[in-house]
Design a binder for this molecule. Structure first.
Ligand code: RB5
Length: 158
């Protein structure tokens, strides 16, 4: 399969890591579009998360990477978008597993929490690991259903 297009964005806390990851991704032959800020001047991460979430939803064969100081704010915001499965990861194992089991379409990383080389390893695993499908489709189907119906009391009584 053709390499996915990558949309990346960051706030001030993710700026340095973004710079390193963009170089890494370009070297690996990915097409990268940078929607992030390009300095450490304080900005509001929800706007950046929204830009990437929209781009991922609107572009076939694309994935997003969001970077703030912790990755947490970006993941909270990105997951507000129907169809977005944003995964906040702190280890290569998590990055690999979320690709294989959650078919996550956005990876969130903490620019002030992990080193650049670790982040490169995580991004590489996340992009290269195929979604396994099968039994995981059931859970992803439930998430998609929950996005539509929102939560009623009965939904989670099993
Ligand atoms: C900004 O200082 C910080 O709150 C932000 O980068 C992010 O980590 C939020 O979750």
């Amino acid at each position: 399969m053709e390499k996915p297009q990558i949309f990346i964005a960051n706030d001030h806390g993710g700026y340095t890591l973004k710079t390193n990851l963009v170089s890494y991704l370009l070297e690996k032959g990915y097409e990268v579009q940078n929607f992030g800020c390009d300095s450490e001047e304080i900005v509001r991460y929800p706007f950046y998360a929204a830009k990437v979430a929209r781009a991922v939803l609107e572009t076939e064969n694309s994935k997003g990477i969001l970077l703030c100081s912790t990755g947490i704010g970006m993941s909270i915001m990105a997951n507000k978008f129907k169809g977005i499965r944003a995964a906040l990861c702190y280890s290569s194992y998590q990055a690999r597993m979320t690709a294989a089991h959650n078919n996550s379409n956005i990876l969130c990383l903490g620019g002030r929490c992990i080193g650049s080389f670790e982040a490169m390893d995580m991004v590489n695993l996340w992009l290269e690991t195929p979604y396994e499908g099968g039994r995981h489709d059931i859970s992803l189907g439930l998430i998609a259903e929950a996005e539509v119906i929102q939560f009623s009391k009965d939904w989670w009584e099993f």
